[in-house]
Design a protein around this ligand. Structure first.
Ligand code: ADP
Length: 180
C-alpha cells in the first residue's frame, strides 16, 4: 500500500469530523433521509439540500454506486460527498460490486477536487441492511486498492457509530493486511 495515505478508524459522529470532506450515505433522490443523511442535513443547514436539489435538477438524482459533491454548509468539513450505497437484497443482486463502487467513486471525486482528508461512515449498514462484516471487508479492500495506486486523499478515516462496528472494521482491516 502507498506509504502516503494514512487510514484510521474512530468511534464517533460523522457530522463532527474536521476532515476536508465527509461522506453522506445518501439515497438516490438526494432529498435527504434518516440515519447519516438526516444527521448531515440537520447539522449542516439548508445550503447542502439546496445544492443537492440543483444537482437533482441537472442529472435527476444519483444512481446507486455513484457519488456527487456539495459544500459542507455549516459543518466543520468543507465538502460533503454524497454516495448511494446498495440496498441489501440477500447478496445476489450485485450489492458487493455496487458498494465497492460507492467507496471508489467517493475517493475518485475527492482526489479530483484535491481533497486531502476524507471521513466515511459505514455505508449501507443502516436502513439499507447490508451485513456489517461483509460491508467492512468491501470497504477496507476498496480503500486499500485505491491507496495502492494514489497518494490523495492522504488521510482516510472510517467513523463508526458503535463499538461493535468499530471492532468489525478493525478486524477486517487487520485481516486484509495479513493477506498481503
Ligand atoms: P444506509 O441507508 O446507507 O444504510 P444509514 O445512514 O441508515 O445509511 O446507516 C449507515 C451507518 O451509519 C449505520 O451503521 C449507522 O449506525 C451509522 N450512523 C448513523 N448515524 C451516524 C452518524 N451521525 N455518524 C456516523 N455513523 C452514523
Amino acid at each position: 500500500m502507498s506509504n502516503h495515505i494514512r487510514v484510521e478508524f474512530v468511534l464517533g459522529d460523522i457530522t463532527k469530523q474536521d476532515t476536508d470532506a465527509i461522506v453522506n450515505a445518501a439515497n438516490s433522490s438526494l432529498l435527504g433521509g434518516g440515519g447519516v443523511d438526516g444527521a448531515i442535513h440537520r447539522a449542516g443547514g439548508p445550503q447542502i439540500l439546496q445544492e443537492c436539489k440543483e444537482i437533482r435538477s441537472r442529472q435527476g438524482g444519483c444512481p446507486t454506486g455513484q457519488a456527487v459533491i456539495t459544500s459542507g454548509g455549516n459543518l466543520p468539513a468543507r465538502y460533503v460527498i454524497h454516495t448511494v450505497g446498495p440496498v441489501w437484497h440477500g447478496g445476489g443482486h450485485g450489492e458487493a460490486a455496487l458498494l465497492r463502487e460507492s467507496y471508489l467513486n467517493c475517493l475518485r471525486l475527492a482526489r479530483e477536487k484535491g481533497i486531502k482528508s476524507i471521513a466515511f461512515p459505514s455505508i449501507s449498514t443502516g436502513a439499507y441492511r447490508y451485513p456489517v462484516e461483509q460491508a467492512a471487508s468491501i470497504a477496507v479492500a476498496a480503500v486499500r486498492e485505491f491507496a495502492d495506486n494514489h497518494d490523495l486523499p492522504g488521510q482516510i478515516r472510517f467513523v463508526l457509530f458503535n463499538d461493535r462496528h468499530l471492532a468489525v472494521y478493525l478486524a477486517a482491516w487487520n485481516k486484509a493486511a495479513e493477506c498481503q
